[in-house]
Design a protein. Sequence first.
Length: 186
Amino acid sequence: MNQTQLSTEAQLTQQAFAFVTHPSNSRVLYGVLKRLNVRQTDAYFEDALSEGRLIYVAVFKDYLLKFGQYDAATLRRYAYQRLYWRLLDWLRANTRRLSHQSELTDFVVSAYSTTESLITDTEHHDLFTRLNAFCTPHEKRLLSLLLDDQLTLTQVAATLNVSRPTLYKHRARLAAKLKRHFPEHF
């Protein structure tokens, strides 16, 4: 391109931006956004508005190159459909890109939590294996109901057919025993 073609292109772009930003012409863009259910409260509204303005400028330039001169009302009708379809394509691509990102994020988070739970499960299993050497069968059953089955004290008392005060005493003795044998965990 030579210098005159560049200046003509720059003038055409300036003319297009002036047309697009005029209030009566920008209503077309806002109408398209409304038809696409893009609201001002949406996180991507500003991005969609900027993308729409750039598309509107390109449509204006295409119209002038195709028809030579323009009538504002005719150009607005021409631009509406072009804006609608191009913004719809942009929104679909943007949604597709964001959905892939969120799937990746969900995968990483679930993998991390799974790994973390495996480490925790391994530590608990190791601790329970070491506890078996010190606990009576009744204490093992109590630990199993509280930790493995995650029952409340009331449910454990009903399962073992003992009163809650008795269960509190058993639990206190078991806690003291655990503190004595495994001080690093308390």
